[in-house]
Design a protein around this ligand. Structure first.
Ligand SMILES: C[S@@+](CC[C@H](N)C(=O)[O-])C[C@H]1O[C@@H](n2cnc3c(N)ncnc32)[C@H](O)[C@@H]1O
Length: 265
């Protein structure tokens, strides 16, 4: 997909902004093209690209696919609300599934926009550690940047975001490089075959994400790397449970979601 992407600036481009856009182009191994007053549709068409990443003032970086009407940018989504739910006793099914506590080490193998990783980071606190890996370079780089720079108003959510260690990697390779028991929890939230979340905010992520279920090999590696448990998020009655039967399944807030728990011992 990234071969089909060019990087530009907003219409008012300062030399600093141009330099920043050039850095993004390098990071994504994409071409930088001057905006030169063009609309994004014109620019994509002139460059023969499907997508345009626009770098604007204030660390504002947005990916557009003008012909598809896709617009994607980093934001913490429901992180603040979910943390509020935990603090007010309503809990969070992912945190329950992971049995997270202070000091835990979590590997999120499907980082995406990083919302789950932010919640995990908040739950494990300063003494814990959350590492997230994302295979799609555009998503990985936007999430790495967003977790570092997003001006989240809540200080504790912001601190949790900044503590996440986000990396661009394929979890199949990454897991193989990790030592036995080097995380307490290894987590997967793969793209579902059929979406349960029709929210407009989820569609662009789905459009850009790498498809594919968790493989038997990835689960075996995850069970080696996890000291306590592997957690896989799925649709309810997922066919994956027949191929890779979990030790237990717990339901999400949303009855269409389940978490499969695989004990590491
Ligand atoms: C449903 S999204 C995860 C959303 C995430 N839990 C969140 O809170 O934002 C799944 C993500 O996993 C990524 N992915 C798929 N296969 C992967 C792999 N082999 N290694 C790393 N990331 C992968 C997809 O590109 C996508 O961004």
């Amino acid at each position: 997909m990234e071969g089909n992407l060019v990087v530009t600036t907003s219409r008012k481009a300062t030399p600093e902004l141009v330099a920043c856009a050039q850095q993004w182009a390098e990071r994504l191994q994409a071409a930088y093209v001057p905006r030169a007053g063009h609309s994004l549709r014109e620019l994509a068409s002139l460059a023969g690209a499907r997508g345009v990443l626009v770098v604007a003032e204030g660390d504002n970086v947005v990916y557009h696919e003008p012909t598809e009407g896709v617009e994607y940018f980093f934001h913490p989504n429901l992180a603040r609300l979910r943390i509020h739910n935990i603090k007010t006793g309503r809990g969070d099914p992912m945190v329950t599934a992971m049995q997270l506590g202070a000091g835990d080490r979590v590997l999120d193998c499907t980082l995406g926009r990083g919302t789950d990783a932010i919640i995990a980071s908040w739950a494990v606190g300063e003494s814990g550690r959350v590492v997230g890996v994302e295979v799609v370079p555009l998503l990985a780089q936007l999430t790495i940047h967003g977790l570092r720079t997003y001006p989240e108003p809540s200080a504790e959510v912001r601190a949790a975001m900044r503590r996440v260690c986000a990396l661009q990697a394929d979890h199949n390779d990454f897991l193989q490089r990790q030592a036995d028991n080097s995380f307490d929890i290894v987590y997967f939230d793969p793209i579902f075959d059929r979406p349960v979340d029709t929210a407009a905010t989820m569609r662009p992520l789905r459009h850009l994400a790498a498809p594919g279920a968790v493989t038997r090999q990835a689960l075996a590696q995850a069970l080696r790397v996890a000291a306590r448990r592997v957690v896989i998020k799925q649709r309810r009655d997922s066919p994956l449970w027949r191929q890779l039967p979990p030790d237990a399944v717990i339901a999400g807030h949303n009855s269409r979601i389940e978490y499969g728990l695989f004990n590491a011992d």
